[in-house]
Design a protein around this ligand. Structure first.
Ligand SMILES: [Cu+2]
Length: 157
């Protein structure tokens, strides 16, 4: 017998526990949070003017078999860290807050200039080019994934 069917069996048990009682639901959430499969890479923040909101970009990969719904982000270096998306209409670029962004199963979601991005509001003095700041992404299922984001200047360097 291979490892794979046993892993499925454990997940099935956790899923059943999730619906059994409130206490078991907590355990089910913890199991999901510990589930391997989310990786954040290439994280960076762009500082254009020191002390002003800084956009953040990264790639998150989901090696799991279910889509994962990103619903927030936080960093000790930001008063708040919002999910934004830039859109272009009539040659005008604007951005709006978004509540969620989905990482497809066995897929990748990129936060990149001109599209989804983080917005670091009230950045602390730690947000300066050349520094690294920790960022945690949170998911609707209770999971989190963290990474160090490089801070770069306006030109992305
Ligand atoms: Cu924005």
């Amino acid at each position: 017998m291979t490892v794979r069917p046993r892993f499925r069996q454990v997940r099935g048990r956790a899923a059943r526990a999730l619906f059994a009682t409130g206490a078991a639901a907590l355990i089910g959430t913890a199991a999901l949070a510990a589930e391997p499969g989310l990786t954040v890479t290439d994280g960076w923040l762009r500082v254009i003017i020191a002390g002003r909101p800084a956009a953040g970009y990264f790639t998150v990969r989901n090696d799991g078999a279910t889509p994962r719904v990103l619903n927030g982000a936080r960093s000790p270096a930001c008063g708040s860290l919002m999910l934004h998306r830039s859109t272009e209409a009539g040659g005008q670029e604007r951005m709006e807050m978004v509540a969620t962004a989905t990482v497809p199963a066995h897929g990748t979601l990129r936060f990149t200039p001109g599209d989804y991005h983080l917005m670091c509001m009230q950045p602390t003095a730690a947000v300066r080019p050349g520094a690294k700041v920790p960022v945690t992404l949170t998911f609707a299922d209770g999971g989190t994934v963290s990474g160090n984001f490089m801070v770069r200047g306006a030109k992305g360097q």
